[in-house]
Write a protein that binds this ligand. Structure first.
Ligand SMILES: O=C(O)CCC(=O)C(=O)O
Ligand SMILES: [Fe+2]
Length: 200
């Protein structure tokens, strides 16, 4: 950031701060929606990290032969995507079978639930499979802000969401363990959380 012009630095830090506040509000609403205390998820995630990726997808002469980003879920808790207002490219998988284009809309953000919310909610919320396609005519940009648990945080299904006498769908693990496993595999392999079910 230090090499950016100061006006740009200011805009980016304001954006990061605001996106974080929005993310925390959303986590509060998701907690309440699950019947948990409003600050439940925020407390579990601990001192959250925030990462930003600026994705630049150049024009591609043969877009049918490749992806900008292959199919994946996000390993973190919540992702807030600022989309290119002029060029679409994000697709989400519906019912495991159909890719749906998410067209960009002015002044709209896209929010993706990541793997950690699927685990914390004991599978009630699903982390969405998504991918980015490219096109021959226009370059595309997207800015992804990832809210991540801190590395040492222990993640596991909220006890309140596991039925009496039931086993939790996922075992507990540290985010560090999950993150390392996630990046040791190909993005488009089976859902990484499958490796954390039951006592596996
Ligand atoms: O470019 C997009 O629309 C998607 C980006 C994305 O999925 C990611 O950075 O994880
Ligand atoms: Fe993603």
């Amino acid at each position: 950031m230090t090499s950016f012009p100061s006006s740009c630095r200011e805009i980016i830090s304001t954006y990061c701060r605001e996106v974080r506040l929005l993310g925390l509000r959303l986590l509060g609403a998701i907690s309440l929606g699950l019947g948990l205390e409003e600050d439940y998820i925020e407390n579990v995630l601990g001192e959250q990290e925030q990462h930003m990726a600026v994705n630049d997808y150049p024009r591609c002469p043969e877009p049918d032969l490749t992806y900008g980003l292959p199919k994946h879920t996000d390993p973190n808790a919540l992702t807030i995507l600022l989309m290119d207002p002029h060029v679409s490219g994000l697709q989400v998988l519906k019912n495991g079978a159909q890719w749906i284009a998410v067209d960009s809309r002015p002044n709209a953000l896209v929010v993706n639930l990541g793997d950690q919310l699927q685990a914390l909610s004991n599978g009630a919320y699903k982390s969405v499979w998504h991918r980015a396609v490219v096109n021959a005519a226009r370059e595309r940009l997207s800015v992804a802000s990832f809210l991540c648990p801190c590395n040492s945080t222990v993640i596991g299904p909220a006890a309140k969401l596991v039925g009496d006498g039931d086993e939790p769908v996922y075992r507990s693990y540290t985010y560090d363990e999950y993150y390392k496993k996630f990046w040791s595999r190909n993005l488009d392999q089976d859902h990484c959380l499958e490796l954390f079910t039951g006592q596996k």
